[in-house]
Ligand binder design. Structure first.
Ligand code: UDP
Length: 413
């Protein structure tokens, strides 16, 4: 990173991944220098996908691949339907009426008119923009990157969506266990974090304290925190219950911080439903403040991510990177990041969560051992360079085929 600039480049990662990895990435990017690619999703902030794209898109450009990022627009109606679709893909219910399909399909068609996607590679993220593919003549591969745990989707909904999914040239899922029966080839990329952002970079003790003071978060007692969109799948109620059980044995402060993404209309309702639980030592904040997230993940004695379903759970990697002990729900991507008892704890109930909070708060050495192993795990497996390299491998595999085709088109002219 240059002085005075915050734009990250792939070389910045050398200190964590070594020169050999950086050289390998540069070599893989070389044959792709003339590519123009684009990522499409439905929100600039508030959720893991936006978080990943904020960094990944810049990194692609830093290795010489022209990469854009488009956001689809939609009415509250549209986002209310796409959130229902999101929930139903995770196993929830949906009444997939004719009217809902119409609202979805018309909004997508409008977005397709506004966006001119004639790139060499188009990567569509999650179900919101999925149907865009209907409206374009492909100039190169189209890839659907789904970040959701789709191991048990609503059957009728899946039947409707599969028509779109199978028009893609490839599907990227976070984990092998999310694999579906599809004609389209499927590959698996776990997400990753950018350690140079405001959310993840090193902070001084003063900077941490300043952020916590700003929100009147007391630091006289140990801090237990969960940082998550206000969403029932993140089980904020379960976190409060577990804390209330744990505090009978150890004194601490619970902090829940959440934001509301523009494509998530449920957030406000969930936040309001928690407000009755607020008290001196149970602080519930709804703000988008990346420096606060960073400060809290560093200062907390225990970070919880008690999800009931979780495609991956970037908040887990973020907290582990900061050397903080994490208690995570034993689901989806969290169970891939945490090895129980080694670099964190996996839990399946409120009681188990409470027991682990007590155990960790009472044992500083345990917290340090777990925190140290956690950071090392993220360094080895969850840095953005690993994800970038997986994409480069994928692009290279397509490029060979497409170059041959492009050449033959020129030849026939
Ligand atoms: N996040 C944030 N502020 C909040 C809550 C969440 O910046 O108040 C960020 C969090 O740090 C993480 C992302 O949103 O980078 C959430 O990603 P995750 O994969 O954990 O869950 P998702 O929201 O995508 O289901």
């Amino acid at each position: 990173m240059h002085d005075g600039h915050q734009i990250v480049s792939v070389e910045d990662y050398e200190q964590y991944v070594g020169a050999e990895t950086i050289d390998r990435i540069m070599k893989k990017a070389k044959p792709l220098q003339d590519l123009h690619t684009v990522h499409v999703n439905s929100t600039y902030y508030g959720g893991g996908v936006a978080e990943i794209l904020s960094s990944l898109v810049l990194l692609f450009n830093s290795v010489g691949i022209k990469t854009g990022w488009r956001i689809i627009q939609g009415s509250p109606d549209f986002f209310s339907i796409t959130k229902k679709v999101h929930n139903a893909l995770q196993g929830g219910e949906i009444n997939l009426s004719e009217l809902k399909r119409e609202i979805y399909e018309v909004a997508i068609q409008e977005n397709a008119i506004r966006n001119h996607l004639d790139h060499d590679m188009v990567i569509i993220h999650d179900p919101q923009p999925l149907a865009m593919i209907e409206h374009f003549r492909k100039r190169g591969p189209w890839i659907w990157r789904c970040h959701i745990d789709m191991s048990d989707p609503h059957a009728e909904l899946w039947h409707y969506l599969v028509h779109y999914v199978e028009q893609y040239d490839g599907v990227i899922l976070s984990l092998k266990e999310y694999k579906r029966k599809l004609k389209t080839p499927q590959i698996f990329f776990q997400p990753a974090i950018d350690v140079f952002t405001i959310k993840n970079k090193e902070l001084t003790d003063d900077e941490i304290q300043e952020r916590l003071d700003h929100y009147d978060i007391p630091t006289d007692l140990p801090i237990v925190a969960q940082i998550s969109r206000f969403d029932p799948w993140k089980d904020p109620k379960g976190v409060i219950e577990a804390f209330q059980i744990a505090r009978k044995q150890v004194d601490a402060t619970l902090v829940l911080v959440g934001n509301v993404a523009t494509d998530d209309p449920e957030g406000h309702e969930v936040y309001e439903s928690l407000l009755d639980c607020r008290e001196d030592r149970i602080i519930i904040l709804s703000f988008q403040d990346s420096a606060l997230v960073n400060a809290l993940q560093r200062k907390a004695d225990v970070i919880i991510q008690k999800s009931i379903k979780e495609g991956f759970g970037l908040t887990v990697a973020e907290a582990m990177w900061k050397g903080t002990a994490v208690i995570g729900g034993n689901v989806g991507g969290i169970r891939h990041q945490i090895t129980d008892g080694e670099n964190g704890f996996l839990v399946s109930s409120v009681q188990e969560t409470a027991d682990r909070i007590v155990q960790l708060l009472k044992d500083r050495e345990l917290r340090e051992r777990i925190g140290h192993a956690a950071r090392e795990n993220v360094r080895k497996r969850y840095l953005m360079t690993r994800l970038l390299e997986q994409y480069l491998d994928l692009y290279n595999s397509y490029e060979t085929a497409y170059k041959i085709r492009r050449k033959s088109i020129i030849f026939h002219k």
